[in-house]
Ligand binder design. Structure first.
Ligand code: BGC
Length: 447
């Protein structure tokens, strides 16, 4: 197999983590309807079942950055694959609300780790020229996972078989566990752990050439500049990287993406859509547009670069959110409201998919120095999960108390701030090797 084909296979297998991330966060939208009846869930119980995953993910991403630095990228991904399988089975067999929540928390623990370990691993395996696209494959897998979960929910909805909806998540988990066994460890992590011969072997395999001494020297040179512990994360030359990673994590969530991904049918209902099949169809449309536009992002991210995608994406998201908000605030005609409701969510998701969706994960996998990369990525990821939890938890209450117009007005204003942040602070990393990025950060020339 050619070297670039091999790297694509590596990225595709690692991206099964993304598929699981998407599937296990998306599946609840349909499964909840039947869990509600079987367990007589109160609204509070429903909240616990939905946010169990987000709680687990926030917690594990916060505490497990050290694991990828200590035990390696590959072993940690293997561990999360097993956790995904266990979580799916536990949830499917849950016989009480507490067991159900416990299963969802286990799934969340797996999702939190997988969400940063997979992009981290892919980024370190990739050649600079196509690194953005390969890391974005993980985001593509997330969107496919979400779409797949909508389809599975729909397929089992006539029988109400929610355990099956959840249990099917174990299939990609087992595939990931088996697949990752055949992949090499990240050469950068190997060098960090003084396993240079092994690192050289891996590099030869993934670059398809015997001439890897230049890349080896470059990685070692970058390492010799690093202080070597997590305190470096807060040192002045990484201040911008810290702000960019955390800022993108907050904006990815506070601009409201999961109000649409998790709650689209509720929004459509408020916009006056009465038929269930219409709202399921529109939700499937959201899932499909998300996948298609992520493919577009994947094709553009290494050509156009990260910054132009972020700028255009934020503008499109802001305009569609403003349209949704204003049509409610100005009490548009019922027919108009229905169309604006569906149209604006589709346009909004399309622009998210070419910008904040992939760019956050790509950027945080490239802007931190090797020694603290796992720790730093997990920190930015945890901020994103925490924000996700806050948005998903508060959204139903905001809707009930403030209405659609004001709620989406708030997300519009946050999106304007996100646009300013992208223009003023986010650097361009297209085409640079991870070590070049680090050198430019040190000399203050990364713009
Ligand atoms: C975000 C998720 C979101 C998904 C939608 C991801 O990048 O982290 O919160 O549900 O994109 O495609």
């Amino acid at each position: 197999m050619g070297s670039s084909k091999f790297v694509i296979v590596v990225a595709a297998i690692a991206a099964l983590s993304g598929l699981l991330f998407g599937y296990d966060t998306g599946v609840i939208s349909g499964a909840l309807l039947f869990m509600r009846t079987q367990f007589h869930l109160t609204p509070e119980g429903e909240g616990r079942v939905v946010s169990g995953v987000l709680f687990g993910a926030t917690f594990s991403s916060m505490v497990s950055g050290r694991l990828t630095d200590r035990f390696g990228r590959k072993r940690v991904i293997l561990g999360t694959a097993l956790l995904f399988a266990i979580g799916s089975i536990l949830t499917a067999f849950a016989s009480s609300v507490s067991l159900l929540v416990a299963g969802r928390v286990v799934l969340g623990l797996a999702i939190g780790v997988a969400s940063f370990a997979a992009p981290l691993y892919i980024s370190e395996m990739s050649p600079a020229k196509i690194r953005g696209s390969l890391v974005a494959m993980n985001q593509l897998a997330i969107t496919i996972g979400i779409l797949l979960s909508y389809v599975v929910d729909y397929a089992f909805s006539s029988t109400g078989n929610w355990p099956m909806m959840v249990a099917l998540g174990a299939v990609p988990a087992v595939m990931l566990a088996i697949g990752i066994l055949f992949l090499p460890e990240s050469p950068r992590w190997l060098i960090l752990n003084n396993r240079e011969t092994q690192a050289a072997e891996v590099l030869k395999r993934i670059r398809g050439t015997e001439q890897v001494s230049e890349e080896l020297t470059e990685i070692k040179a970058a390492l010799s500049e690093e202080k070597g512990d997590w305190r470096e994360f807060f040192s002045p030359h990484l201040r911008k990287a810290l702000i960019v990673g955390v800022g993108l994590g907050l904006f990815q969530q506070f601009t409201g993406i999961n109000t649409v991904i998790y709650y689209a049918p509720s929004i459509y209902k408020l916009a006056g859509m009465t038929s269930d099949s219409g709202s399921i169809l529109a939700t499937a449309g959201v899932g499909l547009v998300n996948v298609i536009m992520t493919v577009v992002a994947l094709l553009l991210i290494d050509r156009a670069g990260r910054r132009p995608l972020l700028t255009i994406g934020n503008i499109g998201m802001g305009l569609s959110l403003a349209a949704l908000s204003l049509s409610f605030l100005l009490h548009a005609d019922a027919q108009v409201l229905k169309w604006v409701g569906v149209g604006s969510t589709l346009v909004y998701v399309a622009f998210f998919a070419i910008s904040l969706g992939p760019v956050f994960w790509v950027m945080i996998s490239e802007i931190y120095p090797l020694r603290i990369r796992g720790f730093a990525m997990s920190f930015a990821t945890a901020m994103s999960w925490l924000s996700n939890m806050i948005v998903s938890y508060t959204f139903p209450m905001l809707l009930a108390n403030l209405g659609v117009g004001i709620t989406f007005g708030i997300y519009t204003i946050i999106t304007i701030a996100s646009l300013a942040f992208a223009i003023l602070l986010v650097p361009e990393t297209k085409g640079l090797s991870l070590e070049q990025i680090e050198r430019q950060e040190r000399s203050g020339t990364l713009h």
